[in-house]
Write a protein that binds this ligand. Sequence first.
Ligand code: SAM
Length: 225
Amino acid sequence: STPENWAAADRWLAAALLPHDPELDAAVTAQREAALPEIEVAPVAGKLLHLLARLVGAQRILEIGTLGGYSTIWLARALPAGGTLVTIEAEPAHAGVARGSIDRAGVGDRVDVRVGPALDVLPTLAGPFDLVFIDADKESNTAYLDWAARLGRPGGLVVLDNIGRDGEIVRDDSSDPKVRGTREAIEMLGSDPRFDATALQTVGVKGWDGVAIAILTGEAGTGAV
Ligand code: SAM
């Protein structure tokens, strides 16, 4: 087992399960041409987000971390008529690429791209959201979980990306702020009564990665963030 065959198997799964998709392909091409970081979710993970949004019957979705709009398009396609998605992106250049790709994919009418640091934008939003996808600066994960609990509806879903971190999450002495932010988020999901959560590690085109998924319980929070 090597990262190369993890990726090969992931590509085979995507080829077998996901039909050729010109809009998503164009979104990835636009990101690459604009030299955005190659850190969008894997295709099979984009489809997972899409299926989760449909499972929860999402009519309002919140995404933190847009990049070029790849995951946004997967999620927005799950919305019924009249559904809306708010996505927050700190980098204006990323948001610009995303806006173009989202419009080209035909879901622009239901997607609101907010440009700015998420911790500035989140206090301006009104819930409830049915699904919150957290995929921005990992250092702020616990603050984003707190906002997800405040803005999400009871029974709503929270998805937190990139929890695997090559297994580094076991290191309680890690000085890597991404590892620390991920560890703190997982510990919060396990101890804060507002969440009922699990996490799955994955291997594939993104290496050793993973995702945490939580249902919002509707319980009162512990207050500690
Ligand atoms: N969800 C995207 C996808 O799968 O296609 C990938 C998002 S990428 C992993 C993370 C994004 O979060 C980057 O575009 C980055 O500029 C943005 N970001 C970083 N810090 C942020 C912040 N404080 N507020 C909002 N966005 C931020």
